[in-house]
Write a protein that binds this ligand. Sequence first.
Ligand SMILES: [Zn+2]
Length: 467
Amino acid sequence: MRESIPGFVFEPYTSLLFVPVGRKHPEIRSIGHKEERAILSRVQQIVSAEIAALSPEEHLLLEQFLAASDVRLPIGISKKERLYPHFIKPVMFLWKKHSLKRGLPLQDDLFYDVRYGTLSADELVFHVKQLVKEYVFYARIDQAPPHTWLEKIKEAYADHPFISLARSKKNVIEAVEVMNKSSLLAVLKYPEDLAFWRHRVEIVMRPYRQIPADWKWSVCTHEKELTLHYEEDALLCSCPACSFSVKWNLFNGRVELPNEVSIEQAVKRIATIERQFNEIALQSMNVIEGLRTLQQLKQQLAPYEEIIRSCAGEAHPAVLFSLSLRDATFPEEQIEPDLLSLSHVKLPDVTLLKKAEHIRFDTLQKELLQLHEELKEQALLRQPKPTDVLFHIGEFHLTRSDVLAVTDFLQETDINMTLHLLAQLLKGTATAKIRQLELHHASIFGLLAAWPDKYIVKAVKAAIPLG
Ligand SMILES: [Zn+2]
């Protein structure tokens, strides 16, 4: 008789299903070599007692799991119709179908380690009892596909009191982490209060830091692995990418974190570190005032962004101050002496606070505009002019406009200009060749008529690129 889990039933072992393991198995015609009959009889006896002890619900679950009209424990049969010495783990059948032709895969992790033939009578009873319980647990999980369980786990994770707390205090948790590394800690009062606060932060933030970034407020989006832990009625949901896993209990529907904390304590602690920091901030109103000044200056300087950028190369105090301020960030609203507000302050250079005491926007604006004007004028002076002398020898000057006239001509003409021919042309010597090429009508004919020939050659070599 063939069952849906591919196997065979033999009298008198009616509670067992014999299943080929390993590759390509022929039909099994008989079972139980002499020495195996004793152990099979014991297994049959224990299994039938365990099956009889199942509740109707468990019975039904196992029938469905093993896709059979009756509950039978699958027993592996290896080559030559011998018993495979290890019982099959239920994970073999979880969310899977196997074919009789190929037999069950011979994979160590799909079988129990223990060789059941070597167990004492008591040990065998214990092993089979555990095994039937495990089968029942797997049968429950097999009722729904993995994604259904994953959805339940995701919901339960989001509902976990610590994760809910973290989500509701997300702004405070993030603010604490930012503030703990902030440059402002160097200027707030008093160092001993800050040292104490930071010490508390290390303790209070530990459980939040133990959760990977992608799991902080809800389950991460990576591919998950589900493994069953029947001893705890739990599914272990792991993310290999995050190296993190949580346990979900099938019966109470709750998620268990790797490190559970007292929620009551966590609620108090997160409130306390926020309050303690706010007290520190209140002690440092001079810093808050300084930050407000900087915040205002930054807003006032915003329209001068282009001007500041154009002066960026200058070591002028107004420029240096404006550039440092440009790298700073402030909250949109006025800065308040509290954790959330100050966590939005990024001040790469805290010496700005000192400088802000002496700086007024009017002065800053005036200095920047003045510097910008000066730079513009200097740039204008540096601009090339037609009268710039690009080459000179003795009293003879070759100006930028002369050079331009020659290079423009060279670009337009199709005539292959040698140094010699160009020198003659610039000198204005109407040789037969120049006449033949119509060059005596060229715009640059005689441009350097007053120059000695040898100077013309030198000037061309120095200032005019040929071909
Ligand atoms: Zn992940």
